[in-house]
Design a binder for this molecule. Structure first.
Ligand SMILES: [Cu+2]
Length: 317
């Protein structure tokens, strides 16, 4: 995205620079040409319609072009590609906790391969933070109580600064880290290091431990809906509304089940507010997502999940 953002920024700089230059040149020219000594009596001018139309209509099109250009970049930057690798980010005073879909956990460091689309699914454990990587031209507020997302594709290996860009308390300035962009081979090597198993498998365990399975069964016998294939699909609610099940919907369904009742079901699901850490919530969300077909790179999907579960990997926290 950096090239696109820079091109627009440089364009704005040139346009505004040229206007500023024009104003100063005219100012000096008129000040000299129409100085009082040469023109003792001022001549009144009542205005010129063609002139006013010109300086209204030309800037209008220039501004509209800037708007369209900016909007195109904005939508690109706001729309993660469907097959992006997913990383869950939990911000807290004063650090970044990152967890790959494959289960690798990091603090203040994110290792990713060059050339891969990466989607960040972010939330905060306390106050508002902001995930800012200047080199990638991305900055996104990270809020408690909900998910926000951002994405990027690193094009050059290297180490890039990560900052918190929202004042979040006394050690805000120390809430920094780095994005480590590796060649694919190096990344594979890094990835093979210690993992607690895919995030979706951790999620499956939390799902069982908290008794979600008793109501959400894979047959039609449970008191709650079968969660197979729910993610990313439209859900019909009791009040007649339809919405698409995204990360925030799954999150809300767990923390505040009464907020949106699925059509045909009774509001019997208890709230899990205060019973789950942000990491456990992320794992649950990753698990529910994995029930709707695996995505490349997240190592999820039923077969994978079963295999990893059979290895008996540990539940986190
Ligand atoms: Cu912060």
């Amino acid at each position: 995205m950096a090239g696109n953002v820079d091109a627009l920024f440089i364009f704005l700089l040139i346009v505004t620079g040229m206007v500023a230059l024009l104003i100063f040149v005219c100012l000096l020219f008129f000040a000299a040409r129409y100085r009082q000594r040469a023109h003792v009596h001022a001549e009144q001018i009542e205005g010129s319609t063609p002139l006013e139309l010109t300086w209204s209509i030309i800037p209008l099109f220039v501004f509209l072009a800037i708007f369209a250009w900016g909007a195109v970049i904005y939508f690109k930057e706001r729309t993660p590609p469907r097959d992006a690798a997913e990383v869950y980010v939990v911000a807290k005073q004063w650090m970044w906790k990152l967890e790959h879909a494959e289960g690798q956990r990091e603090i203040n460091e994110l290792h990713i391969p060059v050339g891969r689309d990466v989607k960040l699914i972010m939330t905060s454990q306390d106050v508002i933070h902001s995930f800012y990587v200047p080199a990638f031209r991305i900055k996104q507020d990270v809020l408690p109580g909900r998910y926000t997302t951002a994405w990027f594709r690193a094009t050059k290996p290297g180490i890039y600064h990560l900052f918190c860009a929202e004042y979040c308390g006394t050690q805000h300035s120390g809430m920094i880290g780095s994005i480590v962009v590796l060649e694919p081979a190096q990344y594979e090597a890094w990835m093979s290091g210690g993992s607690t198993g895919p995030l979706s498998v951790t999620g499956e365990k939390v799902f069982a431990e908290l008794g979600c399975v008793t109501c959400h069964r894979s047959d039609a016998q449970g008191r709650g809906p079968n969660l197979q294939g729910v993610f990313g699909k439209p859900v019909l609610l009791q009040d007649g509304r339809t919405l698409v099940a995204d990360e925030n919907y799954i999150r809300e369904s767990i923390l505040d089940p009464g907020a949106k009742i699925v059509n045909g079901y009774k509001p019997v699901m208890p709230t899990f507010q205060g019973l789950l850490s942000e990491e456990q919530l992320n794992a649950l969300v990753a698990y529910v997502k994995s029930l709707s077909g695996a995505k490349p790179g997240d190592g999820s999907g039923k077969a994978n999940a079963d295999a990893a579960a059979a290895q008996g990997s540990q539940v986190n926290e």
